[in-house]
Design a protein around this ligand. Structure first.
Ligand code: SAM
Length: 276
């Protein structure tokens, strides 16, 4: 790929997703373009680039999706999930005990392992049977990842990563190619395609936001703008969870004793974006 083509591609992907493509990973980036190239019937990358420059919207969407990294696993970050189950969710339940309702958003859910891990924790606490309503939302930019998440079927390699025999027995149904999440767990989650760069106007009063291992692919300004909007959609006692390599600005969030778990910094004045 010509340097000018790389620059054009990097700008396009950044504008559409916030993801930063670096020149040093050019070979990998070119390999990631191959499936979209074949799907759209192009013979080489120069044809792909020509169509992108002519403004092909479906191709631009496919190429942007191809640049996402969907690496994930069940209970990724064992310490984080232990804290979530032992401390964070019980504290949120205490804060919400009158309305008995929790709103949870997995904001870059990839193929769903993260959101189903949280759902298993809630099910083991027995929230639904105790009359709680859980609004469980999982979103991602990648339609392909979302389709897999919604299906809730995982191969043996994927279920080996993070799940115990006990998890598989209680919350999965085995078949010849892997394991499917049981319907009572799968149906609790609403999956929706959502770009973290888009308007958050439809989101409000969320108790728990998981946005783990997605911000690392964005530049600092994009990270800050996303985190500002996440602060606005969080409920007052709400909790934000980030990946180990991610940290929010101190003016917005304060750490809740590590593991990538944060609460909003209390402000005396309403935030500007909330006031307008
Ligand atoms: C590495 S996965 C993280 C999955 C999960 N949260 C975890 O920690 O295991 C990053 C996800 O972010 C998604 N993503 C990247 N850019 C996005 C954007 N602008 N809006 C929404 N999701 C995005 C990717 O599609 C990918 O599924």
């Amino acid at each position: 790929m010509l340097p000018a083509d790389f620059t054009f591609l990097a700008r396009l992907v950044h504008r559409r997703s916030g993801i930063v493509l670096t020149e040093s990973r050019r070979a990998l980036i070119e390999r990631r373009l191959a499936p979209a190239m074949h799907r759209f019937g192009f013979k080489d990358l120069s044809q792909v680039m020509r169509a992108l420059r002519l403004g092909s919207e479906p191709l631009a969407a496919a190429v942007t999706e191809a640049m996402t990294v969907g690496e994930t696993s069940f209970f990724r970050g064992a310490d984080f999930f232990r804290r979530l189950g032992d401390d964070i969710i019980p504290a949120l339940m205490e804060a919400r005990k009158t309305e008995k309702r929790l709103r949870i958003w997995s904001a870059a859910c990839a193929t769903g392992q993260e959101v189903y891990s949280v759902a298993m924790i809630l099910d083991s606490i027995g929230l639904a049977s105790e009359g709680w309503t859980i609004d469980f939302l999982a979103t991602d930019l990648s339609g392909e990842a979302l389709a897999r998440a919604e299906r809730g079927h995982y191969n043996f390699y994927e279920t080996q990563r993070g799940l115990s025999e006990a998890h598989l027995t209680v919350w999965f149904k085995a078949d010849e190619s892997g394991h499917a999440v049981t319907d009572n767990i799968r149906r609790t989650v609403t999956f929706r395609r959502f770009n973290l760069l888009d308007s958050y106007g439809w989101l409000d009063d969320i108790d728990l936001v998981l946005c783990r291992n997605a911000l690392i692919y964005f530049d600092g300004a994009t990270q800050t703008s996303i985190l500002e909007r996440m602060a606005d959609v969080l409920a007052p006692e709400g909790v934000l969870c980030l990946g180990d390599a991610e940290a929010p600005p101190k003016r917005l969030f304060q750490s809740l004793s590590g593991n990538g778990i944060y609460t909003r910094v209390k402000t005396a004045q309403p935030r500007l974006s909330a006031a307008v």
